[in-house]
Structures are given as structure tokens and as C-alpha cells.
Design a binder for this molecule. Structure first.
Ligand code: WQD
Length: 330
């Protein structure tokens, strides 16, 4: 049962490829390695004891994608991860994000239609909600104006899928953290991370002198921003649940994929410190442009309809994140 996985060598993609193999699927990876490293393919092969087939191609390159569909027959479906994901970079380089994130989806849909591949799982994001009025956010919460071009590309891609004749499930991720406990696969994207947990790990390893908490004057439990942090292995498993649902139900749908719990930046620091038995050097700095006070998921729909629920604790996620930082350095 062949499944094409665009961006399958990336952070969430590689974890999902491992789960696809474990569920008896045959993943075929398309990746241009612009935001990851071939070490993730090696890691997947070690974890699964398989030799994952992959094509080193750019998903905005129509001829390259066409050639894959010509070579690979009997494709059951496709999971589309290939996209740039830095909120901060998208503000600086909006064109790069529109061209890549929207352009790659349009190329993929074109060749899926031409080859009668009708099932797609799309990697969406809670950033489609912008700054929510009501919490927790449900799938029916309104799309506010996106706070970044990154969020805009996810809103646009969902809109394109809604108009497409293909059957699609969009998964709106909250904040993915951690790594596979083996330490063999993880987030290689850009050597200057902007996300909280990778930065915490750099401070813990001494690669970075101090963590700056971006503001503590928000309207939240302790003044620092609140997010819904979900272990990347739990997130990967939600794609298998979504694929099984899509193949059975043949209709379009959207799901929030989060833990349903919010954690502030200061609380996240405390969890990392106690899970890894260390003290972090941090201080309070100014707010970061584009940040919203608080967002976390109402995950009742994904629990009841996909029979999926996050199971891995935030403590375990912090241990796995630290383990990845130590392995990645090697
Ligand atoms: C979290 C909080 C920062 C670094 C991410 C992804 C995005 C999307 C949603 C999937 C914020 C604070 C950070 C630091 C800090 N996921 N922070 N000091 O902005 O919620 O977005 O999740 O689509 O792709 O980027 O996550 O980890 O960047 O920030 O205080 O050095 O941590 O200000 O409040 P964010 P983040």
C-alpha cells in the first residue's frame, strides 16, 4: 500500500514515515533536503530495518513530480508535509513562502488528479486561527487574519483543498516538540532555531548562553505566552489515524491535533528543568512581533472521530528533545 510522503525526510515527515511502516504501509519519500538532512533517512532505515525509497526532488518542480508518478504505480494516497515552516522567516521573506508552500501543493494536486490518486492528508497549522477570541479553539473557530505569511499559506492551502475534487483531511498542528526516543531522527531545520524547545536545548547544551523569554506581560496565567505542546510521535500517529479514516470515509475533513492543554513559556522551562534535572539560564525580554497571548486546542473531534489521542507526557517530550540535542551534536 504505497503512500507518497512529500517532505518525508523532515521533522514531522520522518516521524510519520516510521509510523507508516509500523502500520504496514509502503512510504515513498519526496524531499529536496532544503530544510532537513539525509541523516533522517538513515535514521528511519535504522528504526524500521527497511530501505525507504526516496526521491531528492523539489515539489514545486512539476516535471520532477510527474516523473515520480510515472515510475510509482498503485499509489493509495499522499501526505503533504513539504513546506517552509518558520513564522519569523515568513515575515521577512513572504514571497519565498507563498511560492513554495502554495506552489508545491498546486503541483502535487495537479499530478494526483492526472494519475487518479484521490486521497491527500495536508499538514496544516493552528496558525490558521490567528489570535483566537475564544479558547480552546475548535475546528469551527473563525479564521482570523493570519499573524504571518506562514499562517496565510496554510489558510490558502486549506481553501484550495476545499475547492479540489480530491478527498482531503487537513490536520491543524499545534506546537510539535520532542523526537523519537532512539535519537535517530529529529528536527534538522535551520541551524538557528526560532522555536522555544530547540532554543531551550541549545541553552542546556551551552551552544547558546541564555534563553530570552519573549515577554511576561501577556494576559495569561503568569504573563508569558501559552501554547499547546504535542510530542511529535503522537502527532505522527495522528496521520495514520487520519489516513485510515480517509481511506474508509472518502470525504473532506479537518481536525485540530493537540493535547487540549495549554502551557506557558515559564511553565515549559520548569518542566524541562525538572525532567532533565538541570537549571536553565534565562531572563525576561521584550515581546516578539507576531506572537499571540494564548492558543490551545479543543481536541474532542479528533478523539471521537479519529479515535486518536495524545499519550506522551510533556516531561517525556522534554527528555526526548534533550536526547535529540545530544545525538544531533555528534
Ligand atoms: C512559542 C512561544 C515565543 C523562543 C510554532 C511554529 C508554527 C506553528 C505553531 C505548526 C512564543 C516563546 C520562543 C524563545 C521565547 N506550528 N519563545 N523565547 O510561535 O507558537 O509557532 O507553533 O504549524 O509553525 O513556529 O512557537 O516555539 O516559536 O514560540 O519566549 O527564544 O515561546 O515568543 O510565545 P510558535 P515558538
Amino acid at each position: 500500500m504505497k503512500i507518497i510522503v512529500t517532505g518525508g525526510a523532515g521533522y514531522i515527515g520522518s516521524h510519520t514515515v516510521v509510523e507508516l511502516v509500523a502500520s504496514g504501509y509502503e512510504p515513498i519519500v519526496l524531499d529536496n533536503f532544503s530544510n532537513t538532512d539525509v541523516r533522517n533517512i538513515n535514521g528511519i532505515n535504522k528504526i524500521t530495518a527497511k530501505n525507504i525509497k526516496f526521491y531528492n526532488i523539489d515539489c514545486t518542480d512539476s516535471n520532477a513530480v510527474k516523473s515520480v508518478f510515472e515510475k510509482e504505480k498503485d499509489i493509495l494516497g499522499l501526505i503533504h508535509f513539504a513546506a517552509f515552516k518558520s513564522v519569523e522567516e515568513s515575515v521577512r521573506l513572504p514571497e519565498k513562502y507563498f511560492k513554495n508552500n502554495i506552489g508545491s501543493l498546486e503541483v502535487i494536486l495537479d499530478h494526483m488528479q492526472n494519475n487518479n490518486v484521490n486521497n491527500i492528508i495536508f499538514s496544516s497549522s493552528c496558525t490558521v486561527y490567528g489570535s483566537p477570541e475564544k479558547l480552546p479553539v475548535t475546528e469551527n473557530s473563525p479564521f482570523k487574519r493570519a499573524e504571518s505569511p506562514y499562517g496565510e499559506t496554510k489558510q490558502k492551502c486549506e481553501d484550495i483543498l476545499n475547492r479540489s475534487s480530491l478527498k482531503s483531511v487537513s490536520l491543524r498542528y499545534f506546537n510539535p516538540i520532542g523526537s523519537h526516543s532512539s535519537g535517530l531522527i529529529g528536527d534538522f531545520s535551520s541551524d538557528k532555531p526560532a522555536n522555544l524547545v530547540p532554543i531551550i536545548c541549545e541553552v542546556a547544551s551551552g551552544k547558546r548562553e541564555k534563553l530570552i523569554v519573549n515577554g511576561n506581560d501577556y494576559n495569561t496565567v503568569d504573563g508569558s505566552c501559552v501554547r499547546d505542546y504535542i510530542h511529535v510521535v503522537d502527532l505522527a500517529k495522528s496521520h495514520i489515524a487520519a489516513l485510515n479514516y480517509l481511506l474508509k470515509n472518502k470525504k473532506k475533513d479537518v481536525f485540530n491535533v493537540g493535547t487540549g492543554k495549554g502551557l506557558s513559556v515559564l511553565e515549559t522551562i520548569k518542566v524541562f528543568e525538572s525532567a532533565n534535572n538541570m537549571k536553565l539560564n534565562y531572563s525576561i525580554g521584550p515581546r516578539r512581533d507576531g506572537d499571540i497571548d494564548e492558543i490551545y486546542s479543543d481536541n474532542q473531534k479528533v478523539i471521537s472521530e479519529l479515535k486518536w489521542q495524545a499519550k506522551i507526557s510533556t516531561e517525556s517530550a522534554m527528555i526526548d528533545a534533550w536526547n535529540w540535542e545530544l545525538n544531533k551534536i555528534k
